[in-house]
Design a protein around this ligand. Sequence first.
Ligand SMILES: [Fe+2]
Ligand SMILES: [Fe+2]
Length: 253
Amino acid sequence: MPAAPFVLLQITDTHIGGDWGGEDPVAGLAAVIDEVLRLPDRPDAVLLTGDLTEHGAAAEYATVRELTSAIAAPLHVLPGNHDDRATLRAQFGLRGSGAEPIHYAVDLGPLRLLALDTSIPGSAAGALDADQLAWLDAELAGAPSQPTLLALHHPPFVTGIAPWDEIGLAQADRGALGALLEGHPQVRRLVAGHVHQILAGSLAGRPVLTAPSTYVQARLDFTATELELVPGARGFALHAVVDGEITSFVRTL
Ligand SMILES: [Fe+2]
Ligand SMILES: [Fe+2]
């Protein structure tokens, strides 16, 4: 039997505690996890790319931990605009203290995962400050040949849909991140959430993929004047390391 590749499961925008249009986020996450557990191969690690909760409450994070524990793989989390850094940090035992930005590097074996924190307390938009970019540059310089996946909540590209771009990653910070990546070809792919839909973009020639939410999905409307989130196909992404490169699978329910 051929060996399965290393697989990182990405789940995003679970929004536990949300009540948008009466939709139940717990049922959404549970359905996605059931689907993952029906796969013949278990993921080797799990990545949650932000907006784990609606209100950043401890009880909401406890629900995320309880539901995702069924996957029985190491869990890596990063904050989105709906999360509370201090509570997220406490609930998942993350390094650093209080409401400091949450960023870290973890060696998963065939893949190195770097998590960035694009959240801005009190805002739905995203940013990356100079300290975080300097940290990233140093981390990447320290492991120049290890295939690396960079994860963040706000995707570093524009969608062309105004209300989404208004709460996107600041243009100057996208530019700074792109310039930094030019010197680090080992970053094979960037993955994000936030936009509640499957989008493929690029930054510095590297593919950027967003996974669908396990909750509600963005309505496709290029001339929308406000965010429109509706019931739709929930899903997840699997990032497989094949011959040192990353191939991403997105599945919807
Ligand atoms: Fe979200
Ligand atoms: Fe978000």
